[in-house]
Ligand binder design. Structure first.
Ligand code: ADP
Length: 266
């Protein structure tokens, strides 16, 4: 993969430099079978992470509507034991959530030791939709980048590994996917009129994403920019990062109870 998936710290990220249709020159069938190998490797690691019960992983999925957040969960995480996984989808905050600071609801959803947590949207909405749709004053959302970095550092210091994925699609690919949602009866449930309003604000969202990627690309919680016009390449790239990360963490089962060797169960 010659287009980097994560961006070197200190290097200014310009989304225009990243091709959403990048596929490393692979054929779809080859990419799919590589992805299957990575995906198959995840369950063993996740099982040991659960047994070890010391560390946890948080996967943050962000991207424009139709960028494939749901598809990633369905395809890449399909082999994981549901007992050790949590998926949290962040919607517009409730009045109770709005009465707290913006990280309150997020902290409660952070996976406990041994688990893999998936955020379908996340605290980044608080510097994305909130900024673009002017849901909070500028002073407020501008102060949030630093608060997010501090929050993520606190979580990492506590044994959490954070993997943040920006699913990067082109405006034309989004047009096709939205049209499919309108035209194909089985996909219509996914369509919201609000998606068209957000599409009108495409440039504003891209600018907000660029800022979030630049201001919150830290060494403790780096961003991965995932080319997402090809669903199979998106799955390959994400499963690759996940599998590599778990291999590096190398979770270990705890030692068995003493004097177990030779024990016969009657
Ligand atoms: P999705 O598009 O994720 O499949 P929905 O269609 O229910 O699911 O959309 C969730 C909506 O909630 C999105 O429009 C998103 O921008 C919005 N949302 C998430 N977090 C916040 C937030 N903190 N403030 C305002 N809106 C938010």
């Amino acid at each position: 993969m010659s287009q980097p998936l994560s961006v070197a710290l200190g290097k200014k990220i310009k989304l225009a430099d990243f091709d959403p249709a990048y596929n490393a020159g692979l054929k779809k069938s080859a990419g799919q079978s590589q992805a299957d190998e990575f995906i198959d490797s995840l369950d063993g690691y996740a099982e040991r992470l659960y047994a070890e019960h010391r560390r946890a992983i948080l996967i943050v999925l962000q991207g424009m509507d139709t960028s494939g957040k749901d598809g990633t969960i369905r395809h890449v995480l399909r082999g994981l034991n549901p007992q050790s996984c949590t998926v949290t989808s962040f919607k517009a905050p409730s009045s109770a959530e709005l009465a707290h600071d913006f990280l309150w609801r997020v902290h409660q959803a952070v996976p406990p030791q041994g688990n893999i947590g998936i955020f379908n949207r996340s605290h980044y909405e608080d510097v994305l939709v909130v900024r673009v749709r002017k849901l909070a004053p500028q002073d407020e959302w501008k102060s949030r980048y630093e608060r997010i970095n501090n929050f993520e550092k606190l979580l990492c210091d506590g044994g959490l590994t954070i993997l943040k994925f920006f699913l990067h699609i082109s405006k034309e690919e989004q047009r096709k996917r939205l049209q499919e949602r309108i035209d194909q009866p089985e996909k219509r449930w996914k369509f919201r009129m609000g998606d068209l309003d957000d599409r009108q604000l495409w440039d504003e969202y891209q600018a907000a994403y660029e800022d979030a990627l630049n201001k919150c690309n830290t060494d403790h919680a780096p961003w991965h920019i995932i080319p997402a016009d090809h669903k199979w390449y998106r799955n390959l790239a994400i499963s690759h990062v996940l599998s590599e990360t778990l291999a590096k963490l190398d979770p270990q089962c705890p030692p068995p109870p003493e004097n177990i060797a030779g024990l016969v169960v009657k």
